[in-house]
Design a protein around this ligand. Structure first.
Ligand SMILES: Nc1nc2c(ncn2[C@@H]2O[C@H](COP(=O)(O)OP(=O)(O)OP(=O)(O)O)[C@@H](O)[C@H]2O)c(=O)[nH]1
Ligand SMILES: [Mg+2]
Length: 427
């Protein structure tokens, strides 16, 4: 991670839809925004601060800033608009890119107060708000932003859980990651696609903003156009809310890696092997494509993994099972063959999870209201029919999963709920 950005700040969510100022008069918004702008820019010339301020300005509907605060106006605001002072502190916490800049802004605010007790009361407020329990007079007024501060702080305090995804080329690593997140973030393609390590962190709540950091370039709103045109041969970091029922239990990082057997570019394999040997991760997810099981390349790489990664950290995912033809292939037999190959490599009780990652991605996109393209809609409808059939139902391979609410759901029947359960619940 680029040293300029603390991880927790990179993962911060911010949603301005319910900001208390939206309901205030035009003049009040102008004044509040000018003060916010004044303190934020006093301590940070960062691009991300400028972007956050624009978000506030647009939310408040301010076309032109008309109020220019001098020292006496700032003094008046801080002393006589008490409830807005607390809101200002919360907003600065959400806007500023590092804790140190936030505390510098607080020092600036405190310099407008003479008495020690006034300065202390600001410190008390700050030390309480991260715990979400600050009981102060204007709590109701500040609640929408207080809740966001609390949720951001909570994520930082959760245990970190890192998962590295590896496979040969085009097995569906990136699709599997998108399915875990429930959005199309990392690029997928039928030819060699991921060219370097990509880290994706979760955010505490949905704010519809994907953060992207590459070298020193931070983008707090990476839209589809950016994601589609970006050069995936560089190391890159993302943060986004994960549409995953387990994601709020951990501070998550999923690591995507290039396929190791891309014969035209040997560095892909080298990058991935180096990452597997040097990175910290709690689980390694090895993806096998059901349409090319048992190849030499597969057995070769599995053997390298067996020699380099502790068995208890490794989960095997057999992907693309939607491609099986019920008349020609047998899922049980194929999974048993995979198990036998793994036993020969020394695994005693390998965890093998059969899925269709692409189906799971479409299910989540549909469930969260994303517009599916015509092709995606067709495929989604086909999957609905396919996984209803007994021969395709992958849920039977997850007998330990508690199924009460999801028994007949497509996410369960395409194996993905069982996989998520295996990856996250038993951590
Ligand atoms: N039918 C089907 N296709 C899938 C599934 N998962 C991935 N694919 C397709 O397989 C191709 C490769 O998927 P990627 O996710 O890009 O594979 P990858 O392993 O990340 O590839 P590299 O990064 O190039 O090594 C894409 O065309 C995906 O749409 C699946 O579950 N079912
Ligand atoms: Mg990929």
């Amino acid at each position: 991670m680029n040293k300029l950005y603390e991880l927790s700040e990179f993962q911060k969510s911010l949603l301005l839809k319910g900001h208390p100022l939206i309901l205030e008069k035009e003049k009040t918004k102008q004044k509040y925004y000018a003060i916010l702008h004044f303190f934020a820019l006093k301590v940070s010339a960062d691009k991300s601060t400028a972007y956050r301020l624009t978000q506030y300005r647009e939310t408040f509907g301010i076309l032109k800033v008309q109020w220019n605060p001098d020292d006496s106006k700032v003094y008046w605001f801080l002393h006589f608009e008490r409830k807005r002072l607390y809101l200002l502190i919360l907003d600065l916490f959400l806007i500023l890119p590092e804790r140190s800049t936030f505390f510098r802004a607080i020092c600036e605010i405190k310099s407008y107060f003479k008495t020690l007790s006034a300065k202390d009361s600001i410190d008390d407020f700050i030390s309480e708000f991260c715990k979400g329990c600050s009981d102060f007079k204007y709590r109701n007024y500040c609640q929408p932003m207080l809740k966001q501060v609390y949720e951001n702080c909570t994520l930082t305090n959760l245990n970190s859980y890192r998962m590295l995804i590896t496979a040969n080329m085009s097995a569906g690593k990136s699709t599997l990651i998108n399915a875990l997140i429930g959005k199309k973030i990392v690029r997928t393609a039928s030819e060699a696609c991921t060219g370097n390590i990509c880290y994706i962190y979760n955010k505490p709540f949905e704010d519809e903003h994907i953060h992207m950091l590459c070298h020193h370039d931070l983008n707090l709103n990476a839209d589809e156009a950016v994601l589609n045109t970006f050069d995936w041969n560089q190391e890159i970091y993302f943060a986004s809310y994960f549409r995953n029922s387990f994601s709020q239990m951990h501070n998550l990082c999923i690591i995507d890696t290039p396929g190791v057997d891309f014969s035209l570019n040997k560095t892909h394999g080298e990058i991935t092997r180096a990452a597997i040997q040097s990175q910290q991760y709690d689980k390694l997810v090895y993806v096998l494509s059901a349409s090319s099981l048992g190849t030499d390349a597969e057995l070769q790489y599995l053997s390298w993994i067996a020699g380099n990664v502790p068995a208890e950290k490794t989960v095997f995912v057999v992907n693309k099972l939607d491609k099986f033809k019920a008349s020609e292939d047998n899922i049980e037999t194929s999974l048993e063959n995979v198990r036998q190959d793994l036993l020969k490599l020394g695994y005693t009780n390998p965890v093998i999870c059969p899925v269709s990652a692409y189906c799971a991605l479409l299910v989540k996109m549909n469930q969260y209201g994303d517009v599916l393209s015509e092709d995606e809609q067709d495929e989604y409808e086909l999957y609905q029919k396919k996984f209803k059939k007994e021969s395709y139902d992958l849920s039977k391979f997850y007998p330990d999963v508690n199924t009460e609410n999801i028994k007949n759901s497509l996410l369960f029947r395409c194996g993905f709920y069982g996989l998520e359960n295996t990856l996250f619940e038993r951590v």
